[in-house]
Design a protein around this ligand. Structure first.
Ligand code: ZN
Length: 60
């Protein structure tokens, strides 16, 4: 028995659990969503920061 990395509820790591190491499809998709969310959020934030800095430089 192990704990689901997403919701910390008891889950099975045996081959009959299609969503292992997660307890359910929902938890697996949530974990992937967070992972991709971070991956795509960081470059967007950096891009916006650069654009804002460029605008400030032009105005000054
Ligand atoms: Zn879970």
């Amino acid at each position: 028995m192990a704990l689901c990395p997403q919701c910390n509820q008891a889950t099975s790591l045996s081959s009959d659990n299609a969503w292992r190491p997660f307890c359910s499809e929902r938890c697996k998709l949530l974990d992937l969503g967070e992972w991709f969310g971070e991956r795509y959020t960081v470059p967007v934030d950096n891009l916006e920061g650069d654009l804002l800095q460029d605008e400030d430089g032009t105005l000054q």
